[in-house]
Design a protein around this ligand. Structure first.
Ligand SMILES: O=C(O)/C=C/C(=O)CC(=O)CC(=O)O
Ligand SMILES: [Ca+2]
Ligand SMILES: [Mg+2]
Length: 405
């Protein structure tokens, strides 16, 4: 059982060390935790016991102080943690500060400041374009290859993995309906995404360039952008997503630091249009990440979206988000946009997987177009790590609870 002896090849070995926030049974006290195997280390308690200068940053109920501390502190803390969980000399002190994962409650690990969601998968954008705008000349809008399209979402409804999602009610109007109807959504969907967590803030009026990505972004998580397609299709013209998406966004409990994902960096797809200079990453380090996502509905794998296929990178999204001088705050979260690969079973939404409900998925326990009450959706992912060992990205799960009638 000792966490020090985590099996070789474990995706949550000492090469990973994602951060979260946990509490123990019967206690409301929240602590910053670091995952090792199937245990969580009380990072603040370990820092205190070892007399670390980072004890004050880590002995907090949220990751925000650590996020705000910036890249040098992030690297120092990670180096220290790696030593604490691997050096035999620390074992006696640190080992009692681990708790089995099964015994703790995981919480939303940071206070979400602003939330932005992008639209960066070309496969997804083309699929949705064909479904929502079948009469348009091109499935991509004319701006798509020139800027990463996004919208500001609702940060107050970002919830941690495991939180039930109540089916939203709202207006819908199919082209065949004479007038709008009101009631619980009948086209509740998921969107498999990766969320990027901003740590270091920026100043208003000062855009963050592509190479500022690593200075400002701490790490990433998995994100499910729950979407009510019927509400969305009726409301979105001309200002974009609103109530069809603002009711809930789920994130994984573990934030994987960018430093754990060095081996996963890959070049994004070849650009078919030369971007404007502030988005031109041709001379930058590879901005893509090779993350392999799995989408599971009620225990059945329905899709395996490959994040490496995303056209716009997280660094380009950050540069675009701030090019007008908008500032970053600690705890800002931005979603990559739905991840859809080129193959049918690589699509990141039921909208695409069922082609707007036309082609039901045949699951072992029945057909599925959109989500039904009681359905459980789980996104998980891993990335290549050092020496062929995987970096586990944890999971984000949620159950659909019935809406108000
Ligand atoms: O093309 C549209 O009108 C709508 C697209 C979406 O719903 C996707 C969205 O939220 C962005 C994304 O996740 O890629
Ligand atoms: Ca989305
Ligand atoms: Mg959402």
């Amino acid at each position: 059982m000792p966490p020090f002896d985590v099996p070789e090849g474990d995706p949550f070995g000492p090469h990973n060390l994602p951060y979260g926030v946990f509490s123990l049974p019967g206690s409301s006290h929240r602590s910053v935790g670091v995952r090792l195997g199937d245990h969580v280390l009380d990072a603040g308690a370990a820092a205190h016991a070892l007399g670390s200068p980072y004890a004050a940053l880590l002995a907090r109920p949220t990751l925000n102080p650590l996020l705000a501390a910036g890249r040098t502190a992030w690297s120092d803390v990670r180096r220290a943690l790696t030593a604490w969980v691997t050096l035999p000399s620390h074992r006696e002190t640190v080992e009692p500060l681990f708790h089995p994962l099964s015994s703790v409650t995981l919480h939303l690990p940071f206070e979400v400041a602003d939330y932005v969601d992008f639209y960066a998968s070309e496969n997804h954008a083309r699929n949705v374009g064909q479904i929502f705008r079948p009469d348009a000349a091109d499935s991509l809008t004319p701006n798509w290859k020139h800027l990463p399209i996004g919208y500001h979402g609702r940060s107050g409804t970002v919830v941690v993995s495991g939180t039930d999602v109540v089916r939203p009610s709202g207006q819908r109007k199919a082209p065949t309906d004479a007038a709008p109807l009101f009631g619980p959504s009948v086209r509740l969907d998921i969107e498999a995404e990766v969320g990027f967590v901003v740590g270091a803030p920026s100043r208003m009026g000062e855009p963050v360039s592509l190479d500022g990505f690593r200075e400002h972004v701490f790490g990433l998580c998995l994100l499910n952008d729950w979407s009510a397609r019927d509400i969305q299709a009726w409301e979105y013209v001309p200002l974009g997503p609103f109530l069809g998406k603002s009711f809930a966004t789920s994130v994984s409990a573990w934030i994987t630091p960018l430093d754990a994902l060095e081996e996963a960096r890959v070049a994004p797809p070849a650009r078919t249009h030369e971007p404007l200079p502030y988005l031109d990453d041709s001379d930058e380090e590879p901005g893509g990440y090779d993350l392999r996502i799995t989408v599971v509905v009620n225990g059945h794998v329905v899709s395996e979206p490959p994040f490496s296929t995303m056209y716009w990178t997280a660094a380009q999204q950050l540069a675009h988000m701030t090019v007008n001088g908008a500032s970053l705050r600690t705890g800002d979260l931005y979603g990559s946009g739905t991840v859809s690969g080129p193959a049918d079973r690589e699509r990141g939404s039921l909208l695409e997987l069922t082609w707007n409900g036309r082609d039901a998925l045949e699951l072992p326990d029945g057909k599925r177009t959109f989500l039904e009450d009681g359905d459980v959706v789980t996104l998980s992912a891993w990335a290549p790590g050092p020496d062929g060992v995987r970096v586990g990205l944890g999971e984000v799960t949620g159950r659909v609870a019935p809406g108000a009638q």
